[in-house]
Design a protein around this ligand. Sequence first.
Ligand SMILES: O=C(O)[C@H](O)[C@@H](O)[C@H](O)[C@H](O)COP(=O)(O)O
Length: 266
Amino acid sequence: MALSEVNNDRGELRILENLDELRTDLADYIAELSEAAVKERGVFAIALSGGSLIDLMGKLCEAPYNKTVDWAKWYIFWADERVVAKNHSDSNYKLAKDGLLSKVPIVPSHVHSINDSVSAEEAADEYMFVIRQLVKTRMVSVSDISDCPKFDLILLGMGPDGHIASLFPNHSALDETDEWVTFIIDSPKPPPERITFTLPVINSASNVAMVVTGESKAEAVHLAIDNIGPDCPSLPARLVQPTKGKLVWFLDKPAASKLDGLQFSE
Ligand SMILES: O=C(O)[C@H](O)[C@@H](O)[C@H](O)[C@H](O)COP(=O)(O)O
C-alpha cells in the first residue's frame, strides 16, 4: 500500500515506503490496466523506456502476475530507444528482453522494436510507419482529439535533469509536434543517437506512469510536480500532461523527499 497517495493537478502521486512496495504497487497497476484494456479492446498496447524501470517491473515475471496477466494480448513498444544493435548493452530492447520479455509468454510478433540497422532518422520514420499500421488496425487506439496513437500505457523513467524518454531539457525535440516519433543525434547522455516518442504522443496516452526512485531525482521531482510559480522551468517531465489520460507518479521516499508539504518521519 502506498505510504501516501495524493492527487493534484500534476496527477496521482503514489509514494511508496520502499522499493519492494513500489515494485508490488507497480505490478498491480500494470496488471489492472492490462486487464481493463483487454476487456475493453481485446489488446493491451504498452510502451516501455529504459533505465531502472524494467527492474522495477520485475514482479510481473513472478506469481501471481506471470500466470494471471493475459500476455498473449500485449503489444510492446518503446517510448524511446538508443540507436544501437539489439544485442548491445545500451539497447533498451535488450534490457527489456533480458529482464522481462523473455520471462513471460509474450508473442514475439507483438514486440515492436526499432530497426537497428539504419540511421536514427530512418529508424524514427520506420517506427512511426509501424505504429501507423497498428493504429489502422486498432491494435493501437487513436486519440479522438488529435490523430495521435493512444497507447493504453506509456511507462517513463526520469533522469536527474528531468528528462523523460529521450526528450532532454532545452532540446529542440521537445518542440516536435508534427511527428509521432523523432530522432536525436546529440543526446547529452550517451549514446548520442536515439529515437523518441514526441510529447503529443506521450500526452495522448490513456495512461502515463512516471516511475522515479532515488535521492538524485528529488530536485527534479519537486520541479516537475510542485507549484513553483512563474519561474517554472520547462522541465521535460513537467510537460507530461496527458490531455484526457491519467498520469500516475510512482515515487520512493528519497525521490519524494523535496516535494512541498510532504514530511516523512524516519
Ligand atoms: O535512455 C536513457 O538514457 C535512459 O533510459 C533514461 O532515459 C532513463 O530512463 C532515465 O534516465 C531514468 O533512469 P533510471 O531510472 O535508471 O534512473
